[in-house]
Design a protein around this ligand. Structure first.
Ligand code: R5P
Length: 324
């Protein structure tokens, strides 16, 4: 199929959203040169979610872009109710697009009497009526297996690595803040052609971690710590401190999802970090904005828009990353 015909098939595509990140959705629609779908996602007086789609969607290929970021429960409920609405309105296909997949951290029973919320959310999305999932930098890639519908898993890696590539990287090292992040950090290391180091992080609870030693040579080098998300900021700040103790020079951070809850912004402001590059999968909250020049927001709208176009026109998504 040539490019002209591919673009023509986009006529039947429609993109809708709730309230979790309307600015990102506008940027995605700008990339695709289509308007944001016309829907009202409001509240009844008692706080229940009130959805009304204000245009015909019968037979359309629907993409609902809604990161399930804070307020997490509202974002998730809006998504589920939107999916239900489009199912009942006879759309042809519904793709739930979660640039950030919340509730992902509980992905296994690592102790007795705990839920697996990542699986519960997968069940809810599927049961509500989604036909496909498009998401980005899942906390654990195996969450894809919690779905029995097709899942496309994007990486923000091209956006963040392009940003850092513009610096003089001759004396840099890429750092994974824990062993779980080695695979993605290695991707940066290979792509940017710089060495890799790993921080030995131990987790003792949802907000409690400790770091011991660093594997790899960081002394006298600038470091880029790569992580999927910053929540309390504990992992990144501890990694930055231990790198400094081991003689690292300037410390940079690349993290996809800027959740930045609680006192995260304050911690990051006081940590020995020169710059933090995050993406717009989640809007920055007011505390995060107070970091000013220290935080740089990169957009993933083109990546998402391109992936949506490819899903709609049955083109490969993985080839978007192969040449990286
Ligand atoms: C851990 O496995 C993740 O990759 C992140 O490092 C972690 O979830 C970030 O959380 P926090 O900012 O609360 O340390």
């Amino acid at each position: 199929m040539d490019e002209k015909n591919r673009i023509n098939t986009l006529n039947n595509i429609k993109i809708f959203t709730g309230n979790s990140n309307r600015a990102l959705v506008k940027r995605v629609c700008d990339y695709l040169s289509i308007p944001v779908g016309n829907a009202t996602v409001g509240r009844f007086p008692d706080g229940e979610i009130d959805v009304k789609v204000d245009e015909d969607v019968r037979g359309s290929d629907i993409f609902i872009i809604q990161p399930t970021c804070p307020p997490v429960n509202d974002s998730l409920a809006e998504l589920l109710i939107l999916i239900d609405c489009f199912k009942r309105a006879s759309s042809a296909r519904i793709t739930a697009v979660l640039p950030y997949y919340g509730y992902a951290r509980k992905d296994r029973k690592d102790e007795g009497r705990v839920p697996i919320t990542a699986k519960l959310v997968a069940n809810l999305i599927t049961k509500a009526g989604a036909d496909r999932l498009l998401t980005m930098d899942l906390h654990a890639a195996q969450i894809q297996g919690f779905f029995d519908i097709p899942v496309d898993h994007l990486l923000a890696f091209p956006v963040i690595s392009d940003y850092y590539r513009k610096k003089d990287l001759s004396n840099f090292v890429v750092v994974s803040p824990d062993v779980g992040g080695i695979k993605i950090a290695r991707l940066y290391s290979n792509h940017l052609n710089i060495r890799l180091a790993v921080v030995d992080k131990r987790r003792y609870g949802p907000a409690e971690t400790d770091v011991g030693f660093v594997i790899g040579d960081v002394e006298g080098r600038n470091a880029i710590i790569i992580d999927d998300l910053i929540a309390t900021g504990g992992s990144i700040c501890q990694a930055a401190r231990v790198l400094k103790e081991k003689g690292a020079k300037d410390i940079y951070v690349g993290a996809t999802h800027p959740v930045l809850c609680g006192a995260a912004a304050e911690k990051l402001a006081n940590a020995p970090i020169k710059e933090i590059a995050v993406t717009d999968t989640i809007p920055l909250n007011e505390h995060a904005k107070s970091l000013g020049e220290k935080i740089k927001v990169l957009t993933v709208s083109n990546l998402l828009g391109e992936a949506i176009k490819r899903i709609h026109t049955n083109m490969s998504i993985s080839s978007m990353f192969i040449e990286q």
